[in-house]
Design a protein around this ligand. Structure first.
Ligand code: 6GU
Length: 258
């Protein structure tokens, strides 16, 4: 079963970023998984709106649809021995074939394989991926996917093995969701206020430092006051205070970024 996370397009909604007049989404995303329901979460919030508006075309596919045995087997024991199971290559090959047959983008699609042994996923990589037409996420479970799938895929896709960080998740789905959210919010039109992209942590304008703390009304809450400089109306002093706080927080938490 393929889950198209798109509500029926009743009318062409003019959203900046959608290809002019064609009705074609700015970005197509496919995710292959034995738990495609994970990707239902993308219908929420701003990303859900972007899907509804036709800016993003997101589809989740059940890997077991590409098996042919009665038990819909997707895994087997590892050659060479050891604990755990490895995902069999055949269902992956068929799933990827079906996506290639359905691909109408000008450039070869990007195949992202979330893996704790991948290259570190960064904001820079996300910004690069935000400019692509078609992303395919291959979400493995167990000890991973038979490596020949990645070797074969390199002739048809731009293959990227990517990791979120130095910890282990049970499968690629949650990592893929994090990567999808990070990438699609950089696609023009997905975020309402592009200025909010400029000031946040890891963006170029904060020089790769962590974001300063933020406050809103009331000015006093449970006897705690908002830092006075933020109420001063002196924009230069506010900028200086924020830059100083960014530097302090970065020095304490992430000295590697300085
Ligand atoms: Cl991308 N996948 C899995 N399974 N675990 C992870 C990860 C990815 N990144 C960090 N841990």
């Amino acid at each position: 079963m393929m889950r198209r996370l798109t509500t029926a397009a009743t009318k062409a909604t003019p959203v900046s970023g959608e290809d002019a007049g064609t009705g074609k989404a700015a970005m197509r995303i496919d995710a292959i998984s034995i738990f495609p329901q994970y990707f239902d979460a993308l219908q929420l919030s701003l990303i859900g709106k972007a899907i509804e508006h036709g800016l993003l075309d997101v589809r989740a596919h059940d890997l077991r649809e590409f098996t042919h045995d009665r038990h819909r087997t997707v895994d087997d024991t590892p050659y060479g021995g050891g604990a755990g199971m490895v995902m069999k290559p055949e269902p992956w090959g068929e799933a990827l074939d079906s996506l290639l047959a359905d691909d109408d983008s000008a450039r070869r699609p990007v195949l992202i394989v979330p893996s704790p042994s991948g290259h570190p996923f960064t904001q820079e990589i996300a910004a690069d991926l935000a400019g692509k037409d078609h992303l395919v996420f291959a979400c493995g479970r167990y000890e991973g996917i038979d490596h020949r799938v990645l070797d074969w895929a390199a002739d048809h896709f731009d293959v990227r093995e990517l990791s979120l960080g130095d910890y282990v998740l049970n499968g690629g789905e949650v990592a893929a969701l994090a990567m999808i959210e990070t990438v699609v919010r950089l696609v023009p039109g997905v975020i309402g206020n592009p200025q909010s992209l400029v000031e946040e942590s890891y963006s170029v304008s904060t020089e790769g430092m962590l974001e300063y703390p933020v406050y809103t009304k009331p000015a006093v809450w449970r006897d705690l006051e908002v830092p006075g400089v933020l109420l001063s109306g002196d924009h230069g002093a506010v900028d200086d205070w924020r830059a100083e706080r960014s530097r302090e927080i970065t020095a304490e938490r992430r000295p590697d970024l300085l």
